[in-house]
Design a protein around this ligand. Sequence first.
Ligand code: GUN
Length: 313
Amino acid sequence: MSAVILDGNRIATDIKNEVAEEIRNLSGSGVRPGLAVVLVGHNPASEIYVRSKVKACEALGIFSEKHTPPESVSTQELLELVHSLNSREEIDGILVQLPLPPQVDAKKVLLAVDPAKDVDGFHPMNVGLLSTQRPGLVSCTPAGVMEILQRSNIPISGADAVVVGRSDIVGKPMAMLLTNANATVTICHSKSRDLPSVCRRADILVAAIGRAGMITREFVKAGATVVDVGMNKVTTQKDLEYFFPGDQKRAQAFAKNGSVLIGDVHPEVAGVVGAITPVPGGVGPLTIAMLMSNTLKAMKLRRGERVREAVVR
Ligand code: GUN
């Protein structure tokens, strides 16, 4: 039996519709959430991400503004921009798009963002709130993975969950969210011994490593749920044939664009597991949906007393 495909696009659309509905209901109170995005320089991938984020705001009724300092910006100049956004009442969320240029002290800039406006959930204050199960802002990608699991009725409480990858942005908060939801969590990484056998214990396997197709059949248990956070490119004919043998559609896309997307999970895995997120169309769409949800949540946490019947989710 082939795996259930967990449709991230559908779940992201549901979440965005719910956020839009709440914003419409708030309109009588005269407030609406506001997001400021800081995009430094002209990184092509960052420009695409930021365009999608601003477009999603427009569609949902969130005020947004984009700040575009030049590639040569200094740490001090970015700190001044962040401080000015911190002090503006109508701005609920501040997102500093990463990566920042090498001359900028990125950690210092992210630390300057008011934790109440930190819609990326990167600030140590929000990381601490998550680890102590207090209301706060949670990193969008792992929060999106939880939405996929919960809305797909995947049992989490009591499940064995394995997270591969220990980044501050995905792996660590992912492990914390799963722990808070009563899973038994193992977090592993490039130095872990016998990774396949650790992963094979998982009822829920989250792959967030950043290595194309690394999770092969020998890493999974029959019937497991696999969440693929990876976004990598296949750029050689040899890899295309290895990962996608006989796949005409991908061969055509490869001929046209010179690359095709692949996650951290080898496509062969879909044949043996119970449920899996596709790439593209799995976790990716949730990241923006959760940014919108976090912006609304930040507004409610900051300005709740002024919003009629606002309830923090
Ligand atoms: N660059 C790539 N992904 C992200 C993200 O989720 N947030 C920020 N701020 N920058 C990114």
